[in-house]
Design a protein around this ligand. Structure first.
Ligand SMILES: [Zn+2]
Length: 108
């Protein structure tokens, strides 16, 4: 099992997320991720390439205060920094949606 296979998506969500075949409904409509990737009908784990994995790893270091190259954020590879920003925006959207879902579940 690799880190990015769909075992962790859960059997009930795999159909909704398009883990095996395209999902009936687009995922994350209107989100930053769909803005950059177009309409998503496959699990985002299916989109992970060597390059996106490199950006995700760089983001993890960035979150701990480490940049890949010496200097400031303006000295970094633009594509890498843009990728980190897209991931950060996507995570913020998902966390916001999770909070909204939880609030709705509690009836508030
Ligand atoms: Zn999946």
């Amino acid at each position: 099992m690799t880190e990015f296979d769909c075992d962790g998506c859960g059997e009930t969500r795999q159909k909704i997320w398009g883990c095996e075949v395209e999902a009936d409904e687009p995922l994350y409509p209107g989100s930053v991720l769909s803005e950059y990737c177009g309409e998503l009908r496959r699990c985002p784990r299916k989109l992970i390439t060597t390059e996106t994995r490199r950006i995700m790893e760089a983001r993890a270091h960035y979150e701990r205060g480490f940049l890949p190259r010496s200097g400031g954020s303006e000295d970094q590879d633009y594509k890498l920094m843009r990728g980190i920003m897209i991931i950060n925006q996507t995570v913020a959207e998902i966390e916001h949606q999770d909070r909204e879902d939880e609030r709705r579940k509690r009836g508030r």
